[in-house]
Design a protein around this ligand. Structure first.
Ligand SMILES: Cc1cc2nc3c(=O)[nH]c(=O)nc-3n(C[C@H](O)[C@H](O)[C@H](O)COP(=O)(O)O)c2cc1C
Length: 310
């Protein structure tokens, strides 16, 4: 855990979640698996499982596997629009039964009030990620305990804003009435954390920086493309991304091979996928890619980010 391992006491997120640092792993579908979540949790952050698209049985296995790898608190992310109402309800029942510390919701506006109330009744903390002030207001009115301000720098899907973090974060804090707000989008280094905290964030949430960690489920070729990419190399798109409604905004490192039609699909190749998939998709990644030069253990990334807290 390195020499930065002092707890960051008196912070609303650390107090609420029972962790050392207000540093949260994005619950990246398929990529944030038990090993990565446990590594972040054991290093003092909040690990969040990527639960999207997991069959209820597998979701339970992942939650239990994570619990076997860490005795620290952790969370799980879900996106209600996937799988249809019956499958989603079965997924949600697993979460209520297994009860990780935190539930992270994305694209949950319609189902939000009901889900938030049920998760809170079960004793969970509920975090909602939004990319507009209006959606943040709505999440807070629905009872969210934590709101994530998702800047347009962010990798993967965006909900739904095109607003950069520097404008979005203070605007959401203004309407949050004391509800803690995390900063997301391009958070990669201790300087990024320092900047976010100085704008009033209660902590940070990072995806791409942890995607490029040893424990993530990302395909080795995917991790390699993150290392190769520079700051200018990601693209905001509204076309097709794997399994999402057409037009859902997302940020990728585009594949420029013009004879390869799969380049038009945004995706996130896993270690278990064929090499050809990782080579052909346009891969989810945030604008922080230019600052990622090496695949490191997740604990090292947590320690790097934690240095920005002091
Ligand atoms: C590969 C990848 C997959 C993602 N999958 C999800 C997801 O399943 N659910 C979710 O709420 N957010 C997901 N996100 C978005 C993150 O929650 C977060 O907004 C984003 O990673 C922050 O920007 P950053 O990648 O620059 O750190 C994903 C992001 C990436 C990069």
């Amino acid at each position: 855990m390195g020499d930065t391992k002092q707890t960051f006491a008196g912070n609303v997120i650390t107090d609420m979640c029972g962790v050392a640092y207000p540093i949260v792993l994005a619950g990246m579908a398929a990529i944030s698996g038990p090993k990565l979540v446990a590594a972040v949790a054991n290093a003092g952050g909040v690990g969040v499982l990527g639960g999207l698209r997991l069959a209820p049985k597998v979701l339970r296995e992942w939650l239990r596997e994570t619990r076997g790898l860490t005795d620290r608190p952790f969370g799980v992310n879900i996106v209600p629009q996937f799988g249809g109402p019956a499958v989603f309800e079965a997924q949600f029942q697993v979460i209520l039964q297994e009860r990780p510390r935190l539930l992270s919701l994305f694209y949950a506006e319609d189902a939000g009030a009901d889900l938030i109330a049920r998760a809170k009744d079960a004793g969970m903390i509920v975090m909602v990620q939004t990319g507009t002030v209006a959606l943040a207001r709505q999440a807070i009115a629905q009872g969210a305990d934590i709101v994530v301000a998702q800047g347009s720098e962010s990798g993967g899907h965006l909900n739904r804003g095109t607003v950069g973090l520097m404008s979005l974060l203070p605007a959401i804090i203004d309407v949050a009435h004391g509800c803690p707000v995390l900063a997301a989008g391009g958070i990669t280094t201790s300087q990024d954390v320092r900047a976010a905290m100085s704008l009033g964030a209660s902590g940070v949430l990072a995806g791409t920086a942890f995607l490029a960690s040893e424990e993530s489920n990302a395909h080795p070729l995917y991790k390699h493309r993150i290392l190769e990419a520079g700051t200018d190399d990601t693209e905001y798109r509204t076309g097709y991304s794997f399994g999402w409604p057409y037009g859902t905004p997302h940020r990728v490192i585009p594949n420029r091979d013009r004879w390869n039609l799969l380049r038009l699909i945004g995706g996130g190749a896993r270690a278990i996928d064929q090499d050809s998939v990782a080579r052909k998709l346009s891969l989810y990644a945030g604008q922080g890619v230019g600052k990622i030069h090496r695949i490191m253990p997740a604990a090292e990334r947590v320690a790097e980010l934690a240095r920005g807290l002091s």
